[in-house]
Design a protein around this ligand. Structure first.
Ligand SMILES: CC(=O)N[C@H]1[C@@H](OP(=O)(O)OP(=O)(O)OC[C@H]2O[C@@H](n3ccc(=O)[nH]c3=O)[C@H](O)[C@@H]2O)O[C@H](CO)[C@@H](O)[C@@H]1O
Ligand SMILES: C=C(OP(=O)(O)O)C(=O)O
Length: 422
């Protein structure tokens, strides 16, 4: 199992290229199932979840060609089995995104229930309720959602869907399903994340009729058929945010090429309040930071609030900041798995329910730590970059699930980090 060996204490300088967003590429690969014409996605990141999604759709009989330049060409003109099996879904919850497109185009789908994961229970009740409102019959049997259209019906129908909470993949599933449904679908309480907007733009390029994306009310007029398109995946705001935190923590001066400052406002505001200089530059984000930063309390919330996917990484800044802070996690019930490992590196953090209370310390010291989920892993890497001595981050398959060659990019800006095989 691969590990990352980090020798901390180096300042980071230079330029990093931000990849396409994992959380946009995954629904967009599923959106290619909505048409019998070829779809070309550009700027698809090289990471394990994308590889898993490609395996998932290939398993369905879909033709996939992947270029070295980040381009993926998908031809879903033929489909042998509309199924997302447990073996693949268990490693990647985003497989649930196959449900909407398969139901909308083929009238049936069998998708494994994703189950819980390290960050919380992550149910899919809202996905099921929404698809039922659009006319699907869904039974849950043997760990699978088995969905089909009633006898005699060829298409889903439009519906008014208001989810109990804002759900990102739920909104994406409904959006994709609604494009081919009969009539109008209105999504209330819709997710406004940039990845949802990017998906909507791709669907519009395929001939879908969508309005209101980027707001909490999205209206879709169903069409009979969608056509192929070429679409460029939006830049990964969480990858960019992770690098911003890394450079703010170590001190240094970096430009994140292709990073979108407009998608990271809540995080950038906190970085500025902490004392870093952060500015949007031509096609990128520039950050300069020096010395100990001021602690920042924050609570996670839906976009445009502070992203839960940045909570663990920002917590490292608080762990070494000059004073106390409080972090409140409102989206997932168990997303403080990094805390115990940060404490092993010398951080002073207490968790009580959804609150983490942090007392900044002057320095961290290297140790062997264990990654438990994707963003927890990223926070441990940042902590390792700051810590005195050597840090060995174990179980980095979590990191590989969602970051495109992270250690290579960090080495490119001066980090002392290497992958060790064992
Ligand atoms: C592939 C992808 O895009 N993943 C992102 C997506 O996950 P994902 O789409 O799975 O997260 P959701 O937005 O759906 O989850 C938000 C909250 O709603 C709850 N919920 C959701 C659906 C449902 O049917 N029932 C239910 O109770 C969840 O348990 C959670 O507490 O948004 C999360 C929140 O920004 C991010 O952390 C993930 O990185
Ligand atoms: C939680 C995340 O991803 P997923 O929803 O794929 O588990 C994430 O990207 O931080």
């Amino acid at each position: 199992m691969d590990k990352l060996l980090i020798r901390g204490g180096r300042q980071l300088q230079g330029e990093v290229r931000i990849s396409g967003a994992k959380n946009a590429a995954l629904p967009e690969l599923c959106a290619a199932l909505l048409t019998d014409q070829p779809v070309v996605l550009e700027n698809v990141p090289r990471l394990q979840d994308v590889a898993t999604m490609l395996t998932l759709i290939r398993n369905m009989g879909v033709q996939v060609e992947r270029g070295d330049d980040g381009t993926v060409r998908i031809d879903a003109s033929r489909l042998s089995s509309p199924e997302a099996p447990y073996e693949l879904v268990k490693t990647m919850r985003a497989s649930v995104l196959a449900l909407g497109p398969l139901l909308a185009r083929f009238g049936e789908a069998t998708v494994s229930l994703p189950g819980g994961c390290a960050i919380g229970s992550r149910p899919v009740d809202q996905h099921i309720k929404g698809m039922q409102a659009m006319g699907a019959e869904i039974v849950v049997e043997h760990g699978y959602m088995i969905a089909r259209l009633p006898k005699g019906r060829e298409r889903l129908h439009g519906a008014a869907i208001r989810t109990d909470m804002v759900t990102v993949t739920g909104t994406e599933n409904f959006l994709m399903a609604a494009t081919l449904a009969e009539g109008e679908t209105v999504l209330e309480n819709a997710a406004q994340e940039p990845e949802v907007t990017d998906l909507a733009e791709m669907l519009i390029a395929m001939g879908a009729r969508i309005e209101g994306h980027g707001t909490s009310r999205i209206v879709v007029q169903g069409v009979e058929k969608l056509h192929g398109c070429t679409h460029r995946v939006v830049a990964d705001r969480i990858e960019a945010g992770t690098f911003l935190c890394a450079v703010a923590a170590t001190g240094g001066d970096v430009v994140l090429r292709h990073g979108r400052a407009d998608h990271l406002e809540a995080v950038i505001e906190k970085l500025r309040d902490a004392g870093a200089s952060v500015n949007a530059v031509d096609d990128g984000i520039h950050l300069h930071a020096q010395g100990r930063l001021a602690p920042q309390s924050f609570r996670t919330s839906e976009y445009p609030g502070f992203p839960t996917d940045m909570q663990a990484q920002f917590m490292v800044l608080n762990a070494i900041a000059d004073g106390p802070s409080k972090v409140t996690e409102t989206i997932f019930e168990n997303r403080f798995m990094h805390v115990n490992e940060l404490v092993r590196l010398g951080a002073n953090i207490q968790v009580e329910g959804k609150f983490a209370v942090i007392e900044g310390v002057e320095k961290l010291s290297g140790a062997t730590v264990m990654a438990t989920d994707l963003r927890a892993s990223a926070s441990l890497v940042i902590a390792g970059l700051v810590a005195e001595g050597e840090t060995l981050v174990d179980r980095i398959y979590h990191l590989d699930r969602g970051y495109d060659r992270m250690e290579e990019k960090l080495r490119g800006i001066g980090a002392d980090i290497e992958r060790v095989k064992s």
